[in-house]
Design a protein around this ligand. Structure first.
Ligand code: GLU
Ligand code: MG
Length: 445
Protein backbone atom coordinates (compact mmCIF):
# COMPACT_ATOMS: atom_id res chain seq x y z
CA UNK A 1 0.00 0.00 0.00
CA UNK A 2 1.52 3.33 -1.04
CA UNK A 3 1.36 6.74 0.64
CA UNK A 4 -1.57 7.97 -1.43
CA UNK A 5 -3.62 4.86 -0.63
CA UNK A 6 -2.90 5.41 3.10
CA UNK A 7 -4.00 9.01 2.76
CA UNK A 8 -7.30 7.90 1.22
CA UNK A 9 -7.94 5.28 3.93
CA UNK A 10 -7.32 7.90 6.62
CA UNK A 11 -9.51 10.48 4.85
CA UNK A 12 -12.37 7.98 4.75
CA UNK A 13 -12.45 7.91 8.55
CA UNK A 14 -11.75 11.55 9.15
CA UNK A 15 -14.47 12.71 6.79
CA UNK A 16 -17.02 10.06 7.73
CA UNK A 17 -17.23 8.64 4.22
CA UNK A 18 -19.78 5.81 3.99
CA UNK A 19 -19.88 5.32 0.24
CA UNK A 20 -17.04 5.34 -2.25
CA UNK A 21 -17.95 5.61 -5.88
CA UNK A 22 -15.52 4.15 -8.35
CA UNK A 23 -15.78 6.04 -11.63
CA UNK A 24 -14.70 5.11 -15.11
CA UNK A 25 -15.73 6.07 -18.62
CA UNK A 26 -17.03 3.91 -21.45
CA UNK A 27 -15.81 4.23 -25.02
CA UNK A 28 -18.59 6.65 -25.99
CA UNK A 29 -17.78 8.93 -23.06
CA UNK A 30 -20.52 8.00 -20.56
CA UNK A 31 -19.52 7.99 -16.90
CA UNK A 32 -19.94 4.63 -15.12
CA UNK A 33 -20.00 4.24 -11.37
CA UNK A 34 -19.93 1.43 -8.86
CA UNK A 35 -20.36 2.16 -5.18
CA UNK A 36 -18.25 0.26 -2.66
CA UNK A 37 -18.25 0.07 1.08
CA UNK A 38 -15.16 1.84 2.55
CA UNK A 39 -14.20 -1.47 4.21
CA UNK A 40 -13.69 -2.91 0.72
CA UNK A 41 -11.29 -0.23 -0.36
CA UNK A 42 -8.06 -1.73 0.84
CA UNK A 43 -8.91 -4.77 -1.21
CA UNK A 44 -9.89 -2.59 -4.18
CA UNK A 45 -6.45 -0.94 -4.08
CA UNK A 46 -4.72 -4.32 -3.97
CA UNK A 47 -6.78 -6.37 -6.37
CA UNK A 48 -9.32 -4.12 -8.05
CA UNK A 49 -13.10 -4.56 -8.10
CA UNK A 50 -14.37 -7.09 -10.63
CA UNK A 51 -17.17 -6.31 -13.09
CA UNK A 52 -18.66 -7.66 -16.30
CA UNK A 53 -16.92 -5.70 -19.06
CA UNK A 54 -19.27 -7.00 -21.74
CA UNK A 55 -22.11 -4.97 -20.19
CA UNK A 56 -20.18 -1.69 -20.71
CA UNK A 57 -20.43 0.05 -24.08
CA UNK A 58 -17.32 -0.80 -26.10
CA UNK A 59 -15.46 -2.64 -23.35
CA UNK A 60 -15.22 -6.32 -24.21
CA UNK A 61 -16.39 -9.31 -26.14
CA UNK A 62 -18.49 -11.76 -24.08
CA UNK A 63 -15.81 -14.40 -23.91
CA UNK A 64 -13.28 -12.15 -22.23
CA UNK A 65 -15.60 -10.08 -20.15
CA UNK A 66 -14.04 -10.15 -16.67
CA UNK A 67 -12.40 -6.84 -15.90
CA UNK A 68 -11.15 -5.08 -12.80
CA UNK A 69 -11.54 -1.45 -11.77
CA UNK A 70 -8.45 -0.19 -9.92
CA UNK A 71 -9.07 3.12 -8.13
CA UNK A 72 -6.47 5.85 -8.69
CA UNK A 73 -5.90 7.29 -5.17
CA UNK A 74 -4.65 10.61 -6.55
CA UNK A 75 -8.22 11.31 -7.76
CA UNK A 76 -9.89 10.90 -4.34
CA UNK A 77 -12.46 13.64 -3.63
CA UNK A 78 -15.51 13.92 -1.41
CA UNK A 79 -18.63 14.75 -3.45
CA UNK A 80 -19.82 18.21 -2.35
CA UNK A 81 -23.43 17.76 -3.41
CA UNK A 82 -23.84 14.94 -0.90
CA UNK A 83 -23.19 16.99 2.19
CA UNK A 84 -26.02 15.99 4.49
CA UNK A 85 -25.27 13.07 6.79
CA UNK A 86 -22.43 10.69 5.97
CA UNK A 87 -20.32 11.61 2.96
CA UNK A 88 -19.81 10.02 -0.43
CA UNK A 89 -16.43 10.15 -2.17
CA UNK A 90 -15.22 9.25 -5.62
CA UNK A 91 -12.08 8.02 -7.36
CA UNK A 92 -11.39 7.50 -11.04
CA UNK A 93 -10.31 3.98 -11.95
CA UNK A 94 -7.93 2.37 -14.37
CA UNK A 95 -9.41 -0.75 -15.93
CA UNK A 96 -7.32 -3.89 -16.02
CA UNK A 97 -7.66 -7.42 -17.28
CA UNK A 98 -7.55 -10.37 -14.84
CA UNK A 99 -3.84 -10.86 -15.62
CA UNK A 100 -3.14 -7.28 -14.47
CA UNK A 101 -2.48 -5.81 -17.93
CA UNK A 102 -4.26 -2.54 -18.80
CA UNK A 103 -7.57 -2.97 -20.63
CA UNK A 104 -7.20 -2.03 -24.29
CA UNK A 105 -10.77 -0.68 -24.13
CA UNK A 106 -10.28 1.83 -21.32
CA UNK A 107 -10.35 5.39 -22.73
CA UNK A 108 -8.18 6.57 -19.82
CA UNK A 109 -5.57 4.07 -20.93
CA UNK A 110 -5.82 5.25 -24.55
CA UNK A 111 -4.97 8.76 -23.37
CA UNK A 112 -2.22 7.51 -21.03
CA UNK A 113 -0.64 5.67 -23.95
CA UNK A 114 -0.65 8.82 -26.09
CA UNK A 115 0.80 10.83 -23.17
CA UNK A 116 3.59 8.27 -22.74
CA UNK A 117 4.44 8.65 -26.40
CA UNK A 118 4.65 12.41 -25.91
CA UNK A 119 6.75 11.90 -22.77
CA UNK A 120 9.17 9.71 -24.74
CA UNK A 121 9.67 12.68 -27.06
CA UNK A 122 10.23 14.89 -23.98
CA UNK A 123 6.79 16.58 -23.88
CA UNK A 124 3.98 17.06 -21.35
CA UNK A 125 0.60 17.94 -22.85
CA UNK A 126 -1.51 20.64 -21.20
CA UNK A 127 -5.12 21.47 -21.99
CA UNK A 128 -7.57 24.14 -20.97
CA UNK A 129 -11.19 23.63 -22.08
CA UNK A 130 -13.92 26.25 -22.47
CA UNK A 131 -17.03 24.18 -21.89
CA UNK A 132 -20.32 25.39 -23.34
CA UNK A 133 -23.72 23.90 -22.53
CA UNK A 134 -27.40 24.80 -22.33
CA UNK A 135 -29.64 25.11 -19.31
CA UNK A 136 -33.30 24.37 -19.89
CA UNK A 137 -36.32 24.92 -17.66
CA UNK A 138 -37.02 21.19 -17.60
CA UNK A 139 -36.06 17.97 -19.23
CA UNK A 140 -38.00 18.28 -22.49
CA UNK A 141 -40.73 15.75 -23.28
CA UNK A 142 -40.10 13.52 -26.27
CA UNK A 143 -40.39 15.48 -29.52
CA UNK A 144 -40.76 18.80 -27.69
CA UNK A 145 -38.52 21.84 -28.22
CA UNK A 146 -36.70 22.53 -24.93
CA UNK A 147 -37.42 25.82 -23.17
CA UNK A 148 -34.24 27.76 -22.25
CA UNK A 149 -33.75 28.62 -18.57
CA UNK A 150 -33.27 32.32 -19.43
CA UNK A 151 -33.48 34.70 -22.37
CA UNK A 152 -30.05 36.32 -22.01
CA UNK A 153 -27.17 36.44 -24.51
CA UNK A 154 -23.37 36.67 -24.75
CA UNK A 155 -21.76 38.07 -21.58
CA UNK A 156 -25.12 39.39 -20.36
CA UNK A 157 -25.18 40.27 -16.73
CA UNK A 158 -28.69 39.63 -15.56
CA UNK A 159 -29.78 40.63 -12.09
CA UNK A 160 -31.65 37.99 -10.12
CA UNK A 161 -30.98 35.51 -12.84
CA UNK A 162 -31.20 31.90 -11.89
CA UNK A 163 -28.42 31.04 -14.31
CA UNK A 164 -25.82 33.28 -12.65
CA UNK A 165 -26.71 31.63 -9.33
CA UNK A 166 -26.34 28.34 -11.11
CA UNK A 167 -22.84 29.24 -12.33
CA UNK A 168 -21.79 30.40 -8.86
CA UNK A 169 -23.03 27.19 -7.25
CA UNK A 170 -21.35 25.00 -9.89
CA UNK A 171 -18.02 26.80 -9.58
CA UNK A 172 -18.10 26.58 -5.78
CA UNK A 173 -18.59 22.81 -6.00
CA UNK A 174 -15.90 22.37 -8.62
CA UNK A 175 -13.43 24.32 -6.48
CA UNK A 176 -14.36 22.16 -3.47
CA UNK A 177 -13.32 19.18 -5.59
CA UNK A 178 -9.97 20.74 -6.48
CA UNK A 179 -10.99 21.84 -9.99
CA UNK A 180 -10.05 25.47 -10.65
CA UNK A 181 -12.24 27.60 -12.83
CA UNK A 182 -10.80 30.49 -14.78
CA UNK A 183 -13.79 32.25 -16.36
CA UNK A 184 -17.51 31.82 -16.63
CA UNK A 185 -20.14 33.75 -18.51
CA UNK A 186 -23.41 33.58 -20.34
CA UNK A 187 -22.89 32.35 -23.91
CA UNK A 188 -24.65 33.47 -27.10
CA UNK A 189 -27.79 31.31 -27.03
CA UNK A 190 -30.70 31.73 -24.59
CA UNK A 191 -29.92 29.60 -21.52
CA UNK A 192 -26.42 28.86 -22.89
CA UNK A 193 -23.52 28.96 -20.41
CA UNK A 194 -19.75 28.71 -20.60
CA UNK A 195 -17.35 27.70 -17.84
CA UNK A 196 -13.59 27.58 -18.51
CA UNK A 197 -11.36 25.28 -16.47
CA UNK A 198 -7.81 26.31 -15.59
CA UNK A 199 -5.17 24.53 -17.62
CA UNK A 200 -3.81 21.22 -16.33
CA UNK A 201 -2.11 18.14 -17.74
CA UNK A 202 -4.42 16.41 -20.22
CA UNK A 203 -5.24 13.39 -18.05
CA UNK A 204 -6.32 15.55 -15.12
CA UNK A 205 -8.29 17.76 -17.51
CA UNK A 206 -10.12 14.78 -19.01
CA UNK A 207 -10.98 13.53 -15.49
CA UNK A 208 -12.03 17.08 -14.60
CA UNK A 209 -14.35 17.30 -17.62
CA UNK A 210 -16.09 14.06 -16.59
CA UNK A 211 -16.50 15.49 -13.07
CA UNK A 212 -17.62 18.83 -14.49
CA UNK A 213 -20.46 17.25 -16.47
CA UNK A 214 -21.66 15.44 -13.37
CA UNK A 215 -21.48 18.56 -11.17
CA UNK A 216 -23.32 20.66 -13.77
CA UNK A 217 -26.11 18.10 -14.03
CA UNK A 218 -26.39 17.76 -10.25
CA UNK A 219 -26.55 21.54 -9.69
CA UNK A 220 -29.10 21.87 -12.49
CA UNK A 221 -31.31 19.24 -10.88
CA UNK A 222 -31.15 20.89 -7.45
CA UNK A 223 -32.00 24.29 -8.97
CA UNK A 224 -34.97 22.81 -10.83
CA UNK A 225 -33.39 23.09 -14.31
CA UNK A 226 -31.97 20.63 -16.84
CA UNK A 227 -28.45 20.84 -18.30
CA UNK A 228 -27.37 19.40 -21.62
CA UNK A 229 -24.06 19.15 -23.47
CA UNK A 230 -25.80 18.21 -26.72
CA UNK A 231 -23.77 19.92 -29.47
CA UNK A 232 -26.70 21.65 -31.21
CA UNK A 233 -30.05 21.57 -29.42
CA UNK A 234 -31.63 24.41 -31.47
CA UNK A 235 -31.67 24.98 -35.21
CA UNK A 236 -31.52 28.74 -34.85
CA UNK A 237 -29.20 29.22 -31.86
CA UNK A 238 -25.45 28.52 -31.58
CA UNK A 239 -24.26 25.06 -30.66
CA UNK A 240 -22.13 24.11 -27.66
CA UNK A 241 -18.45 23.76 -28.44
CA UNK A 242 -15.57 22.90 -26.14
CA UNK A 243 -12.79 25.10 -27.52
CA UNK A 244 -9.60 23.69 -26.06
CA UNK A 245 -6.32 25.57 -25.61
CA UNK A 246 -3.37 23.21 -25.84
CA UNK A 247 0.37 23.48 -25.27
CA UNK A 248 3.39 21.23 -24.94
CA UNK A 249 5.98 21.72 -22.24
CA UNK A 250 9.54 20.42 -22.13
CA UNK A 251 10.19 20.41 -18.39
CA UNK A 252 9.19 23.93 -17.24
CA UNK A 253 9.66 25.39 -20.68
CA UNK A 254 6.71 26.03 -22.99
CA UNK A 255 7.81 24.29 -26.21
CA UNK A 256 5.39 26.44 -28.29
CA UNK A 257 7.12 29.68 -27.21
CA UNK A 258 10.01 31.32 -28.98
CA UNK A 259 10.84 34.92 -28.13
CA UNK A 260 10.95 37.06 -31.26
CA UNK A 261 9.35 34.49 -33.56
CA UNK A 262 6.18 35.43 -35.40
CA UNK A 263 3.34 35.36 -32.82
CA UNK A 264 6.05 34.03 -30.43
CA UNK A 265 5.29 30.64 -31.91
CA UNK A 266 8.21 28.19 -32.01
CA UNK A 267 8.93 25.67 -34.76
CA UNK A 268 7.49 22.95 -32.52
CA UNK A 269 4.29 24.95 -32.17
CA UNK A 270 4.05 25.49 -35.94
CA UNK A 271 4.59 21.79 -36.70
CA UNK A 272 2.01 20.86 -34.04
CA UNK A 273 -0.62 23.07 -35.71
CA UNK A 274 0.33 21.65 -39.12
CA UNK A 275 -0.15 18.11 -37.73
CA UNK A 276 -3.61 18.86 -36.38
CA UNK A 277 -4.64 20.55 -39.65
CA UNK A 278 -3.22 17.73 -41.75
CA UNK A 279 -5.10 15.04 -39.81
CA UNK A 280 -8.14 17.17 -38.94
CA UNK A 281 -10.59 15.30 -41.16
CA UNK A 282 -9.45 11.89 -39.81
CA UNK A 283 -9.89 12.79 -36.15
CA UNK A 284 -13.18 14.68 -36.51
CA UNK A 285 -15.31 11.62 -35.83
CA UNK A 286 -13.69 11.47 -32.38
CA UNK A 287 -13.69 15.18 -31.53
CA UNK A 288 -17.25 15.47 -32.92
CA UNK A 289 -18.73 12.04 -32.44
CA UNK A 290 -22.51 12.40 -32.74
CA UNK A 291 -24.87 12.81 -35.68
CA UNK A 292 -25.87 16.08 -34.04
CA UNK A 293 -22.24 17.32 -33.76
CA UNK A 294 -22.29 18.15 -37.48
CA UNK A 295 -25.41 20.30 -37.13
CA UNK A 296 -23.22 22.49 -34.92
CA UNK A 297 -20.17 22.42 -37.17
CA UNK A 298 -22.03 23.41 -40.31
CA UNK A 299 -24.79 25.40 -38.63
CA UNK A 300 -23.08 28.81 -38.19
CA UNK A 301 -23.11 30.29 -34.69
CA UNK A 302 -19.29 30.72 -34.79
CA UNK A 303 -18.51 27.01 -35.18
CA UNK A 304 -15.60 26.26 -37.55
CA UNK A 305 -16.42 24.04 -40.56
CA UNK A 306 -13.16 24.71 -42.49
CA UNK A 307 -9.62 23.39 -42.04
CA UNK A 308 -7.39 26.42 -41.48
CA UNK A 309 -5.59 28.37 -38.80
CA UNK A 310 -5.28 32.04 -38.05
CA UNK A 311 -3.79 34.45 -35.62
CA UNK A 312 -6.60 35.64 -33.46
CA UNK A 313 -9.06 34.67 -36.20
CA UNK A 314 -12.25 33.28 -34.65
CA UNK A 315 -13.50 31.92 -37.96
CA UNK A 316 -10.50 29.56 -38.16
CA UNK A 317 -10.48 26.02 -36.85
CA UNK A 318 -7.24 26.69 -34.97
CA UNK A 319 -6.58 30.08 -33.48
CA UNK A 320 -3.30 31.35 -32.08
CA UNK A 321 -4.53 33.76 -29.41
CA UNK A 322 -2.98 37.20 -29.23
CA UNK A 323 0.01 37.02 -26.92
CA UNK A 324 0.66 39.24 -23.97
CA UNK A 325 4.21 40.64 -24.23
CA UNK A 326 5.42 39.34 -20.88
CA UNK A 327 3.56 36.09 -20.91
CA UNK A 328 5.60 33.92 -23.27
CA UNK A 329 5.11 30.79 -21.22
CA UNK A 330 1.36 31.01 -21.84
CA UNK A 331 1.81 30.60 -25.63
CA UNK A 332 -0.81 28.10 -26.78
CA UNK A 333 -3.11 27.21 -29.62
CA UNK A 334 -6.89 27.03 -29.44
CA UNK A 335 -8.74 24.23 -31.20
CA UNK A 336 -12.29 25.25 -31.98
CA UNK A 337 -13.77 22.12 -33.59
CA UNK A 338 -14.11 19.83 -30.57
CA UNK A 339 -17.56 19.79 -28.92
CA UNK A 340 -18.85 19.45 -25.38
CA UNK A 341 -20.25 15.94 -25.92
CA UNK A 342 -17.00 14.22 -26.90
CA UNK A 343 -15.19 11.56 -24.95
CA UNK A 344 -12.42 13.84 -23.58
CA UNK A 345 -9.88 11.02 -23.12
CA UNK A 346 -10.15 9.87 -26.73
CA UNK A 347 -10.42 13.41 -28.12
CA UNK A 348 -7.27 14.61 -26.31
CA UNK A 349 -5.42 11.44 -27.38
CA UNK A 350 -6.15 11.97 -31.09
CA UNK A 351 -5.42 15.71 -31.03
CA UNK A 352 -2.08 15.04 -29.33
CA UNK A 353 -1.23 12.24 -31.77
CA UNK A 354 -1.98 14.48 -34.76
CA UNK A 355 0.15 17.30 -33.34
CA UNK A 356 3.06 14.98 -32.48
CA UNK A 357 2.95 13.54 -35.98
CA UNK A 358 3.35 17.07 -37.34
CA UNK A 359 6.39 17.58 -35.09
CA UNK A 360 7.93 14.19 -35.93
CA UNK A 361 7.48 14.63 -39.68
CA UNK A 362 8.18 18.39 -39.59
CA UNK A 363 5.01 19.17 -41.53
CA UNK A 364 5.16 22.69 -42.98
CA UNK A 365 2.56 25.11 -41.70
CA UNK A 366 0.23 26.36 -44.45
CA UNK A 367 -0.42 30.07 -44.82
CA UNK A 368 -2.67 31.50 -42.19
CA UNK A 369 -6.25 32.50 -42.98
CA UNK A 370 -6.46 36.24 -42.66
CA UNK A 371 -10.06 36.66 -43.81
CA UNK A 372 -13.33 35.80 -42.21
CA UNK A 373 -13.44 32.27 -43.64
CA UNK A 374 -17.21 31.99 -43.07
CA UNK A 375 -17.94 34.83 -45.47
CA UNK A 376 -15.72 33.69 -48.36
CA UNK A 377 -17.34 31.99 -51.36
CA UNK A 378 -16.53 28.31 -51.99
CA UNK A 379 -14.30 29.26 -54.91
CA UNK A 380 -12.43 31.88 -52.86
CA UNK A 381 -11.81 29.23 -50.20
CA UNK A 382 -10.68 26.80 -52.85
CA UNK A 383 -8.26 29.34 -54.27
CA UNK A 384 -6.78 29.77 -50.77
CA UNK A 385 -6.48 25.97 -50.37
CA UNK A 386 -8.96 25.87 -47.49
CA UNK A 387 -10.81 22.54 -47.38
CA UNK A 388 -13.99 21.80 -45.46
CA UNK A 389 -14.14 19.44 -42.48
CA UNK A 390 -16.34 16.36 -43.02
CA UNK A 391 -19.87 17.82 -43.21
CA UNK A 392 -21.66 14.87 -41.58
CA UNK A 393 -20.97 11.91 -39.33
CA UNK A 394 -20.93 9.48 -42.24
CA UNK A 395 -18.33 11.57 -44.09
CA UNK A 396 -16.21 11.70 -40.94
CA UNK A 397 -16.47 7.91 -40.51
CA UNK A 398 -15.42 7.30 -44.12
CA UNK A 399 -12.23 9.34 -43.67
CA UNK A 400 -11.56 7.73 -40.28
CA UNK A 401 -11.85 4.25 -41.77
CA UNK A 402 -8.71 4.94 -43.80
CA UNK A 403 -6.76 6.56 -41.00
CA UNK A 404 -3.64 4.83 -39.73
CA UNK A 405 -3.09 7.57 -37.20
CA UNK A 406 -6.50 6.93 -35.66
CA UNK A 407 -6.13 3.13 -35.62
CA UNK A 408 -2.73 3.41 -33.99
CA UNK A 409 -3.79 5.98 -31.40
CA UNK A 410 -7.08 4.39 -30.35
CA UNK A 411 -5.75 0.84 -30.58
CA UNK A 412 -7.40 -1.80 -32.72
CA UNK A 413 -10.24 -2.66 -30.32
CA UNK A 414 -11.44 0.90 -29.60
CA UNK A 415 -10.97 1.91 -33.24
CA UNK A 416 -13.13 -0.98 -34.52
CA UNK A 417 -15.80 -0.63 -31.86
CA UNK A 418 -15.99 3.15 -32.21
CA UNK A 419 -16.36 3.17 -35.98
CA UNK A 420 -18.89 0.29 -35.96
CA UNK A 421 -20.95 2.02 -33.30
CA UNK A 422 -20.87 5.35 -35.15
CA UNK A 423 -21.84 3.74 -38.44
CA UNK A 424 -24.82 2.11 -36.68
CA UNK A 425 -25.81 5.53 -35.27
CA UNK A 426 -25.67 7.00 -38.76
CA UNK A 427 -27.69 4.13 -40.30
CA UNK A 428 -30.41 4.54 -37.69
CA UNK A 429 -30.46 8.30 -38.18
CA UNK A 430 -30.57 8.34 -41.96
CA UNK A 431 -33.71 6.17 -42.13
CA UNK A 432 -35.72 8.50 -39.88
CA UNK A 433 -38.61 10.42 -41.42
CA UNK A 434 -38.30 13.79 -39.71
CA UNK A 435 -40.76 16.59 -38.78
CA UNK A 436 -38.91 18.72 -41.37
CA UNK A 437 -39.92 16.36 -44.18
CA UNK A 438 -43.51 15.97 -42.99
CA UNK A 439 -43.99 19.71 -42.55
CA UNK A 440 -42.55 20.49 -45.97
CA UNK A 441 -43.90 17.65 -48.00
CA UNK A 442 -47.17 16.37 -46.63
CA UNK A 443 -49.08 19.56 -47.52
CA UNK A 444 -47.83 19.69 -51.10
CA UNK A 445 -46.79 16.25 -52.33
N1 GLU B 1 -20.73 28.32 -29.46
C1 GLU B 1 -19.75 28.48 -30.49
C2 GLU B 1 -19.31 27.11 -31.01
O1 GLU B 1 -20.11 26.30 -31.17
C3 GLU B 1 -18.56 29.27 -30.03
C4 GLU B 1 -18.81 30.62 -29.47
C5 GLU B 1 -17.51 31.27 -28.97
O2 GLU B 1 -16.79 31.84 -29.77
O3 GLU B 1 -17.18 31.08 -27.79
O4 GLU B 1 -18.16 26.81 -31.26
MG1 MG C 1 -17.56 30.31 -25.99
Amino acid sequence: MGKQEDFVLRALEERDVRFVRLWFTDVLGALKSVSVDPAELENAFDEGIGFDGSAIEGFARVYESDMLAHPDPSTFQVLPWRNEGPSTARMFCDIRMPDGSPSYADPRYVLKRALTKAADAGFTFYTHPEIEFYLFKDMPEKGEEPEPADRSGYFDHTAQSRTSDFRRETITMLEQMGISVEFSHHEGGPGQQEIDLRYADALSTADNIMTFRTVVREVALTSGTWASFMPKPYTTHPGSGMHTHVSLFEGDRNAFFEAGAEYQLSKTGRHFIAGVLNHAAEITCVTNQWVNSYKRLIGGGEAPPYICWGHNNRSAMIRVPMYKPNKGPSTRVELRTIDSACNPYLAFAVILAAGLKGIEEEYPLPREAEDDVWSLTPSERKALGIKPLPPSLVDAISVAEDSELLAETLGEHVYDFFLRNKRAEWEEYRTQVTPFERDRMLPVL
